[in-house]
Design a protein around this ligand. Structure first.
Ligand code: NAP
Ligand code: ZN
Ligand code: ZN
Length: 409
């Protein structure tokens, strides 16, 4: 990877293209990299919008191919982005694979509001260390590593000290679509060829795990492992997983590995055979009338991984007394809760947000020991938009993973 000084603005595209790009960035931080239509890429490699005299805090950077969206709900397209040159504590990672999480889809659709465009999603990254800063000692060149949902935090607040960097009191820096306080730039994720990350936030991928199939562990793995631990999943527990997608199938595999008796609640019967292959003992199709009646009061833990709005009250009735329904799915709009259903049986409802760095490493080591990886469909970058459409209709088995080699081609 070669480094270059960030150029001053010299747009080489047509005025129309330039004004389109400029309108995307107006009002944003002073120096940004360009997003262009696919056909512009060969003509225009990079456009630094340092229109003012502001000097970037990082005057040395590298330019790499990526895939991202320039506006809400617009298709993803090839882009060029800049990465900082590794600082003393950084490692530069050559990305091999990156999973597609439904949070990427929500972000591109601006389902949750506040997405900053252009956005380059991706937070299930596996790759090899390509270079490291002078004081980076945790990893060797060539080592297989991972990057999950977060890449920086203050490190000293009580949450960071407790290993819950995602709740950093000064504000965590997520892997993509997050304003990085140090670089003063927006972060770009793993739909790209390389990433530069402080080694404190880099994860070790255990030997023996398939590389592409390990990538989804960085988000889907930790997001489902963490609540299973928080709610003390143990052998013989009746655990239900709602929604058999990327998170859902990892929840099944992990809960089964912990000895739980797992039930899958899926919208239709389409995934019944797969659920059994993943280790679930029971399967119910939630859209079939009366399907859930036999399950009233059965579960000590229900993990809801659904990405779209749905009825939570019906699911709550399936909890035994003092049982917990933990929400990990993040539908764009909320659901009404019926107090009577919660109060009767002292039922509990909880949420769980990814996991910190140490817990993510613990999950990876656990998966290494138990041979747990995701079920994946490896795709090239030009198939990302189709993958998004399929995920929006629940047609995912069970994680799309982008082969980063297709971005280098
Ligand atoms: P995914 O692979 O697309 O799976 C979502 C599953 O939800 C689908 O496969 C489908 O399962 C079910 N579903 C979809 N629409 C539904 C509907 N209208 N009614 C009922 N069920 C429906 O998504 P994912 O990557 O697993 O992510 C799931 C959610 O978790 C997303 O909202 C994502 O943003 C969120 N998430 C949260 C965290 C966190 O830290 N809490 C981390 C990562 C992701 P069936 O086909 O089985 O019905
Ligand atoms: Zn995710
Ligand atoms: Zn902190």
């Amino acid at each position: 990877m070669s480094y270059r000084l960030t150029p001053r603005v010299q747009p080489r595209s047509s005025p129309a293209t330039f004004s389109k790009a400029f309108s995307v960035y107006r009002g944003e931080p002073p120096r940004l990299v360009v997003a262009m239509a696919a056909e512009d890429i060969t003509r225009l490699t990079i456009l630094s919008l340092s229109m003012s005299t502001t000097v970037s805090p990082l005057s040395v950077s590298m330019e790499i191919p990526a895939y991202g969206a320039t506006a809400a709900k617009s298709p993803l397209e090839p882009l060029k982005i800049e990465r900082r040159k590794p600082g003393p504590h950084d490692v530069e990672i050559e990305i091999l694979y990156c999973g597609i999480c439904h949070s990427d889809v929500h972000k591109v659709n601006d389902d949750w509001g506040g997405t900053h465009f252009p956005v380059v999603p991706g937070h299930e990254i596996v790759g090899r260390v390509a270079s490291r800063g002078t004081s980076a000692t945790r990893f060797r060149e060539g080592e297989l590593v991972g990057v999950g949902c977060l890449v920086d935090s203050c490190r000293v607040c009580p949450e960071c000290r407790a290993g819950r960097e995602m709740f950093c009191e000064k504000g965590v820096t997520f892997t993509f679509d997050s304003f990085d306080q140090n670089t003063k730039m927006w972060t770009y994720g793993g739909y790209s060829t390389n990433i530069v990350v402080d080694e404190r936030y880099v994860l070790r991928v255990p030997k023996g795990l398939d590389t592409a199939r390990a990538a989804p562990l960085m988000c889907a793995g930790i997001t489902t492992y963490s609540p299973l631990h928080q709610f003390e999943c143990k052998p013989g527990d009746q655990v239900a997983v709602v929604g058999l997608g990327g998170l859902g199938h990892m929840a099944v595999k992990l809960a089964v590995s912990m000895g739980a008796d797992v039930t899958v609640l899926s919208t239709s019967r389409d995934k019944e055979k797969d659920a059994s292959r993943l280790g679930a003992k029971h399967f119910f199709a939630t859209k079939e009338p009366g399907a859930l009646e036999a399950l009233q009061g059965r579960f000590s833990l229900i993990m809801d991984t659904v990405s779209a709005p749905h009825d939570l009250n019906k699911q709550l009735t399936l909890l035994r007394s003092f049982g917990t329904m933990v929400l990990v799915g993040l539908p764009p709009s909320g659901a009404q809760l019926d107090a009577f259903t919660l109060v009767h049986g002292n039922r509990r409802i909880a949420g769980s947000n990814i996991g910190g760095v140490a817990e993510t490493q613990e999950m990876l080591d656990y998966c290494g020991k138990n041979g747990i990886v995701a079920e994946v469909e490896v795709i090239n970058a030009d198939q990302i938009n189709d993958a998004y459409k399929r995920m929006e209709r629940g047609d995912v088995r069970y994680r799309f993973v982008i082969d980063a080699a297709s971005l280098r081609a």
